[in-house]
Design a protein around this ligand. Sequence first.
Ligand code: COA
Length: 397
Amino acid sequence: MIPDLRRATPDDVPAMAATDGRAFGAHFSAAEIEDFRKVFEPERFVLATDPADKAIVGVAGSYAFDITLPGGAVVPSPGVTWVSVAATHRRRGILRRMMAEQHSTFIEQGAPLSILTASEASIYGRFGYGPATRTAKVEIDRRLTSFRPDAPDPGGARFIDADEARTHAPDVHRRWCAVTPGAVSRSEAWWDTMLPDRDYNKGGATALFYIAHPDGYVSYRRGHSDDSCRVADFFAATPEAHAALWRVLLGMDLVEQVRIRSCPLDDPLPFLLTDSRLVRTTGLADGLWARVLDVPAVLSARRYATEVDVVLDVEDTFLDRGGRFRLRGGPEGATCEPTGDTAEASFGISTLGALLFGAHTPSTFARAGQLTADPSVVGRLNAAFVPERLPVFGTNF
Ligand SMILES: CC(C)(COP(=O)(O)OP(=O)(O)OC[C@H]1O[C@@H](n2cnc3c(N)ncnc32)[C@H](O)[C@@H]1OP(=O)(O)O)[C@@H](O)C(=O)NCCC(=O)NCCS
């Protein structure tokens, strides 16, 4: 069976939701579908239909996001989402066809990069995606915590209501994105799906509470069946906001555990406390996956920690966007252009996605046999690709 591919229309949403719901083991509520419609752009969704009965047997969509590169440049980056193929039609190439169709549109539209979060780590490497961030699930027994005497105590945090959160949070989030590699933008429509806070998001906990700082924002829930505080969003555009907001969260009497699901691996929180081990990592996730669609555009937009001049050979078997490029870059700017010069480092496009935001080092991929270069070149790449802080994306999609 060769499926027909077409773009979605608004009328397809119930059938798309049923297809995706079966694939992910969920029945989407009317409220979820209504919220989805706020961010749904039909022409961004590719549907595969069975020619026999026209039933939808595959879905692959995208959202229009921007993403921050190390150094602060912001580039458009479609976020691939809603990917599923009916269990009755799997392993016949339907995903591969939808990915080819979708990514050729991204290229036509000039997107330099695409991103996604992966249900399974074994799926997307073949399509050129590499794991681009790492985030920790963290739990803190707040009853045992105390702040170091020299830890900042800037104050300035206050509780706000949902209406104020709706204006304060997007503003802080934009400023947080500007200083955070890997940060994914949120449109006004996106905030409209998150706030108001619907029942389907509560997961056995209360509605959201909101804390504001002039440069920060936190939303959290309190568990019904345990004494937990579950952080939903934590965005701090300055170290002061970070310290002030954590002081409120860890100062909440009657709470035993404060939990946050996507903490950057280099978050300074442990070093604000007298006992850094109380910030306990209970899980690690790869988070965001990145796929470079335009190597010169992305590598010249990024900034580098040290001056680098290197010829890279990038292989792309899926979309043929690879080639040989000379990258000249440093902290102030970069150029990247096709070249015929001899390659000094060779790797696949998925490895480039994994290295782009600096979550992983080139030497890790060299040791894994996924990057070939002289050790001195690997050392130079290691030094150049170090980001100002480890990447974190901040929005599940
Ligand atoms: C993942 C999923 C969309 C794959 O659809 P599919 O139509 O069966 O995939 P295809 O037949 O086009 O396979 C394309 C390639 O990916 C591989 N592949 C597909 N699913 C895979 C999986 N779950 N694990 C590992 N490899 C997978 C296939 O072996 C094939 O490899 P090849 O072309 O390099 O030989 C489908 O299994 C699904 O809906 N799963 C549940 C929902 C889900 O996890 N969606 C992804 C959300 S991020």
